[in-house]
Design a protein around this ligand. Structure first.
Ligand SMILES: Nc1nc2c(ncn2[C@@H]2O[C@H](COP(=O)(O)OP(=O)(O)OP(=O)(O)O)[C@@H](O)[C@H]2O)c(=O)[nH]1
Ligand SMILES: [Zn+2]
Length: 320
């Protein structure tokens, strides 16, 4: 559910902080970021960017101090600045205009809205019915081999249809590779002139651990402070779903959701917290049935302002 809280102006960063970055006014640092990212843009068209690797937390994160002198020198978050400065065209512009797809040099959303890793997913997205059937047959063969290697009889009644079932289940559990961020957002960005914290919390998330191909499941809480535009609230869980339905690790999943929202919406900041249980730690290996893992990613004003961060954490009930 979306939760809105009244903002105390002294806390959120001045609008100019965000607008200067969003409009790409060149301070020296942003110019450097821009040069760096334009170098990145030189990637060949087929090549994809690896997943987000920049540290989300600004290492110089200090308790917030509202003294005027400190305000002026407030450090911009490198990640948010790099993304904001480097992305000339946003997904929203693409979503609303019918111009051809332009490359947005983002660490998360690739030029056609698909995201890392998309080496084989373009084929999945564009395959014909015949290619789809061919892929399914190949997967069924592989599962049959797996069953035989487990010492099972793939021809016994209970397993006859398992290769097809499991192949289809795996394609469903990784359907996020074929989803396109632009389609998910569906143009549902509204210029509201709004700058209060918006939170959608307790979003159920089901993902697949890429190390053991077994699920990790839990909840995700997403918060952002708009610069001006708000996003359709259902799009936040949809973006979470897009990145969850892939082979993932929880840290990267958390970061990708936060960075995608930062990129699409250009808000003052985004915070994502995820808490989940990993079957690979519960059903095997260390076998800790009660353990759960919490990961977070804070960008923009959530990264630079401790008060904003703790307001978010208390609203999602983690700061108990
Ligand atoms: N920010 C915000 N969005 C809202 C609110 N009420 C409805 N919405 C969103 O308005 C958006 C409309 O998006 P569309 O894609 O045009 O509608 P839709 O196809 O029904 O979208 P889905 O609900 O995602 O299936 C949805 O994302 C709704 O969740 C609200 O109070 N605040
Ligand atoms: Zn695992």
């Amino acid at each position: 559910m979306a939760q809105e809280t009244t903002r105390d102006d002294s806390d959120s960063p001045s609008g100019s902080f965000v607008s200067s970055i969003a409009n790409g006014t060149n301070t020296k640092k942003e110019k450097k970021n821009k040069d760096k990212s334009s170098k990145k843009r030189a990637l060949s068209s087929g090549e994809r960017r690896s997943s987000v690797s920049k540290p989300a937390r600004d290492p110089s994160d200090k308790p917030s101090d509202d003294s005027p002198s400190k305000k002026k020198k407030r450090k911009t978050s490198s990640t948010a600045a790099a993304i904001a400065a480097a992305v000339p065209s946003t997904i929203t512009e693409e979503a609303s205009s019918s111009t051809s797809v332009t490359r947005s040099p983002s660490p998360v959303i690739d030029f056609d809205g698909l995201s890392r890793p998309s080496r084989g997913t373009r084929e999945r997205l564009e395959e014909t019915e015949a290619q789809k059937q061919e892929r399914l047959d190949k997967m069924k063969g592989a599962v049959r081999t797996l069953l035989e290697c487990l010492g099972e009889d793939p021809d016994r009644e209970g397993l006859l249809a398992t290769p097809e079932r499991y192949a289809k289940a795996m394609l469903f559990l990784t359907k996020g590779y074929q989803e396109n961020v632009r389609d998910i957002v569906n143009g549902a960005i509204f210029q509201e002139g709004h700058n209060e914290m918006v939170i959608v919390k307790d979003i159920e998330v089901f993902s697949m651990c890429e190390h053991h191909l077994v699920p990790f499941t839990g909840k995700m809480h997403i918060g952002y402070i708009p610069s001006n535009a708000v996003i359709g609230i259902s799009k936040l869980p949809r973006i979470a779903e897009l990145f969850a339905r892939r082979l993932q690790i929880q840290e990267r999943l958390t970061k990708e959701v936060a960075n995608a929202i930062m990129e699409i919406l250009k808000p003052q900041g985004v915070a994502v917290v995820m808490e989940s249980s990993h079957l690979c730690m519960v059903m095997r290996g260390v076998e800790k049935t009660t353990s759960s893992t919490i990961t977070s990613c804070v960008l923009g004003c959530f990264e630079s302002r401790e008060k904003t961060r703790s307001e978010f954490l208390s609203l999602i009930g983690v700061n108990r």
